[in-house]
Design a protein around this ligand. Structure first.
Ligand SMILES: [Zn+2]
Ligand SMILES: [Zn+2]
Length: 128
């Protein structure tokens, strides 16, 4: 994949998800809960699985055996900032704001059926 393909064209904040349209025409939709769970900061990576990277969220790439970060269902970003041209920084309403999400990682962890080998991780208690 080239750098151009991993560059975002449009960024949009929705009520419960963040949308990125990429220069190659792909559209990614990231529920906030998913984004918070895959927070790439060192602190969260340690909670997630002894420091394994965000790719461990997808079992074919990681070992699938990760501890999910506890996130409330209605987590919201209070603020979203561009970090240079390469990343986004989310400040979450649970007080966490150290996660810087490079566009490259965002693209690689796009949860759409086309990109993700498995559906995004859900907590069990969502069975109703
Ligand atoms: Zn974090
Ligand atoms: Zn995708």
């Amino acid at each position: 994949m080239t750098i151009v393909e991993k560059s975002p064209k449009t960024l949009k904040k929705h009520d419960d998800a963040f949308q990125i349209e990429w220069k190659d025409g792909h559209a990614s939709w990231y529920p906030y809960r998913y984004l918070r769970q895959m927070c790439p900061c060192a602190e969260c990576a340690i909670i997630r699985h002894e420091g394994k990277d965000v790719h461990s969220l997808f079992s074919p790439q990681g070992d699938g055996d990760i501890t999910l970060i506890e996130v409330s269902d209605d987590i919201q970003p209070l603020d979203i900032q561009l970090v240079g041209r390469y990343a986004l920084q989310f400040s979450w309403d649970d007080g966490h704001n150290t996660g810087i999400y490079p566009f490259e990682i965002l693209r690689e962890t796009c949860p759409c059926p086309e990109c993700a080998p498995l559906p995004p991780i859900q907590n069990e208690e969502e069975t109703e």
